[in-house]
Design a protein around this ligand. Structure first.
Ligand SMILES: [Fe+2]
Ligand SMILES: [Fe+2]
Length: 273
């Protein structure tokens, strides 16, 4: 996998104030453009895919994360070169920056699970009607998924992962890099608040993931259904919206761990069969 810079990354080598290159070939680049503010709120990973000069911003982030994420995007491309915003689900830590992004660039396509398009105007502090009459457009992703074709000939494949945790939820597979952007699936919350873009210690990482997955993922059946959907994909890395990126065999290690964990309704109501 040429240009895969993620595999050479160490946590001590990451400058979180800048866009972090994760994958780089002539037509196709991927950057981490997230934020770590050190506050009480959950820290977020945002990702920028640049393909043939066009930008795809995944998991844009919360309302106050617009400026730091925009600064990182600007280190790579102009915000006007972003053609698509992709939201794995409807949560504020992903979507609340929407009014800023569409005010900056009103020609973007907003790609998100179909269940949430009618809710997105509630993030706006101004009327979207005019925007929708111009070039801004929703691309609702149906349950069966949707493919975005890239200039390089690659694809971003939106694979729905309902109820992990949101009822309308998707992961995005990039066929060029083999990266799977997994939203909240694989999220980790370290108690010390220190950012870790890659995993140093697997047991420590499991401890940082367990509580979140038990409480936020909806059911073990939803996990099994998603794991079945992933059969046949060759995944080089899995990039969640919180915590660390899974590289190489860490991906299957994570999926095996999650499939064995009792989560959501099955965890909370373990006494009900
Ligand atoms: Fe979420
Ligand atoms: Fe999240």
């Amino acid at each position: 996998m040429g240009g895969n810079r993620l595999f050479g990354l160490t946590n001590s080598g990451v400058d979180y104030s800048r866009a972090v290159p994760l994958f780089d070939d002539s037509q196709h680049q991927i950057y981490w453009v997230g934020t770590h503010t050190g506050g009480e709120e959950i820290e977020c990973n945002s990702y920028l895919v640049v393909d043939g000069g066009e930008g795809y911003l995944l998991e844009p982030g919360g309302y106050d994360r617009y400026v730091p994420t925009l600064q990182k995007v600007n280190q790579v491309i102009s915000a006007m070169a972003i053609t698509h915003l992709l939201f794995s689900h409807q949560d504020p830590d992903i979507c609340a920056s929407l009014p800023h992004w569409v005010r900056t660039n009103n020609r973007m396509k907003v790609v998100l699970p179909a269940q949430w398009t009618r809710f997105m105007p509630h993030y706006m502090n101004y009327d979207m009607t005019q925007l929708m009459a111009s070039k801004l457009a929703y691309v609702p992703v149906p349950d069966e998924g949707l493919t975005l074709n890239l200039k390089s000939g690659g694809q971003l494949q939106c694979i729905t992962a309902p109820f992990l945790h949101s009822p309308g939820n998707m992961a995005v597979f990039d066929t060029v890099s083999g990266f799977l952007f997994s939203g909240d699936i694989g999220a980790a919350l370290y108690k010390d608040g220190k950012p870790r873009l890659v995993i140093d210690d697997w047991q420590e990482h499991v401890a940082a993931m367990q509580g979140f997955h038990q409480r936020y993922m909806s059911s073990s059946k939803a996990v099994a259904g998603f794991a079945r959907k992933l059969h046949g994909f060759t995944i080089q890395a899995m990039l969640p919206q919180h915590g660390s990126v899974f590289r190489g065999e860490e991906v299957s290690r994570f999926l095996h761990w999650l499939e064995r964990l009792t989560v959501g309704a099955d965890y909370l109501y373990a006494d009900i069969r």
